[in-house]
Design a protein around this ligand. Structure first.
Ligand code: GUN
Length: 295
């Protein structure tokens, strides 16, 4: 039976730890961590994500400022809002929820956020810091995966980690974190993507398999070896008429198929997902305390 890596439990532990530290930070230094969130348009999933982040802030005693603006908002006004938050000393983290409407250049928006307030870790400065092993903000989902591996004492040293997917948000940063020379990484990393003809050739070699390609239940027992540690980043909605909602959430891994072969596995939901918000809160705390030195 594999160990089920419980991201919900770990994220609650982290949130409780942060809640205590936040109270102490206020009592000792009169600082309240502040997170600003910008939601452009009314994408249903984005609305839920932003509300969850706002709620999580309230739960642990952070200040949050949420600005919801229509999809037609000009790029100029989005950048102006970022400039305002960049200069506001009570705001320690700035997050612009993606996806943005097509008339707004998301790269321009990401690059406008001060790197020392970029709690999403999307700014090229933070991505660059990650690659060269300098302190910086780590993007939240990869940071959450590293935290799960650490807390579940998964040995990564010299292990073959296979990453499926090369997105800027997950695939690229997690691959770069896993090969870093430190005790919680030092893996040998392979990245598979849409250009990989026979992904099974690689996944069968994986000691640690990170699935973040967004294809529901693609990975089955025949694609993995006995004793693999599986981290499933996928969140896909698939039709399920036996469910009252008419759909169910599933990962990029066929959980039931690989279950008997895995040493440890994250479920969907309740695995990696809840860790993302916990890491966002952690990054905001690190920003509020000035723990990461930006020169
Ligand atoms: N959209 C989906 N995931 C994320 C995230 O982690 N941060 C932001 N800003 N937008 C997202």
């Amino acid at each position: 039976m594999p160990v089920i890596i419980d991201g919900k439990l770990v994220s609650n532990q982290i949130k409780n730890e942060l809640k205590e530290k936040t109270l102490k930070l206020f009592n000792e230094r009169n600082i309240i961590p502040g997170l600003a969130l910008l939601l452009v348009g009314d994408d249903p999933a984005s609305k839920i994500y932003v509300s969850s982040k706002e709620k999580a802030c309230a739960e642990i005693g952070y200040k949050s400022v949420v600005k919801r603006v229509p999809a037609e908002t000009r790029e100029f006004d989005v950048l102006k809002q970022i400039d305002e938050w960049n200069q506001d000393a009570t705001i320690h983290g700035i997050l612009v929820q993606s996806p943005l409407p097509p008339h707004i250049d998301s790269n321009k928006v990401i690059m406008r956020i001060r790197p020392d307030k970029d709690v999403d870790g999307f700014h090229p400065e933070n991505m660059g810091r990650l690659i060269i092993g300098l302190p910086g903000f780590l993007s939240c989902t990869p940071a959450g995966i590293m935290e799960l591996l650490k807390r579940y004492e998964i040995n990564t040293q010299g292990k073959h980690a296979v990453v499926l997917g090369r997105s800027n948000i997950v695939g690229k940063p997690i691959a770069n974190l896993l090969y870093q020379k430190n005790k919680n990484a030092n893996s040998i990393v392979t990245i598979c993507h849409t250009g990989t003809k026979d992904f099974g050739y690689f996944t069968k070699q994986a000691d640690i398999l990170i699935a973040a390609m967004g294809v529901p239940e693609l990975i089955k027992a025949e694609h993995v070896k006995e004793g693999v540690v599986i981290i499933d980043v996928g969140i896909n909605r698939i039709e399920d008429l036996s469910n009252p909602k008419g759909y169910r959430l599933t990962g990029d891994i066929d959980f039931n198929s690989v279950y008997a072969k895995a040493k440890a596995i994250t479920p969907v939901p309740g695995g990696v997902g809840p860790m993302t918000i916990a890491m966002l809160l952690q990054n905001t705390y690190l920003s509020a305390t000035g723990s990461i030195k930006f020169y």
